[in-house]
Design a protein around this ligand. Structure first.
Ligand code: FES
Length: 132
């Protein structure tokens, strides 16, 4: 008998709490998913899609102002806790992901439907995220 399990969400280790000190922005490359930016805004850990919703810029190359991430290319900004755009030219919200912390390890919960491809789920489960 064959059992088919449908996986809707993946939990990916993106580092330790100790690594993500306040003010940190870190780009995380994942096989089969768009890159993420994870960071610490005034003690609050967050994860967003790294590709700015306004253009083709990495938000990890920007900077934090409180709980707002400012894009390096045109200075548009987003609330890191909601993903909402807070300053033009950014208008569309930035996709965000839930975070879980377990034993000092930081995990990002990814919706499998947001993957770029039909993706190598087993690779994600077996190898840690790569920090770029
Ligand atoms: S590319 Fe980010 S604000 Fe324009």
């Amino acid at each position: 008998m064959c059992t088919h399990l449908e996986v809707k969400e993946l939990r990916v280790n993106v580092g330790t709490v100790e690594e993500l000190t306040p003010g940190t922005l870190k780009r995380v490359a994942l096989d089969g998913f768009p890159p993420l930016v994870v960071g610490n805004a005034e003690g609050r850990l967050f994860a967003l899609l790294d590709e700015c919703s306004h253009g083709e810029s990495s938000l990890a190359e920007g900077h934090l102002e409180g709980c707002v991430i400012v894009c390096a290319l045109h200075a548009g900004s987003f609330d890191v806790l909601t993903g909402n755009a807070t300053k033009r030219p950014a208008k569309r919200p930035q996709p965000r992901y839930d975070i879980e912390i377990e034993n000092d390890m930081v995990f990002v919960l990814l919706d499998v439907d947001s993957s770029e491809t039909s993706s190598p789920r087993s690779e994600l489960e077996e190898s840690p995220a790569k920090f770029a």
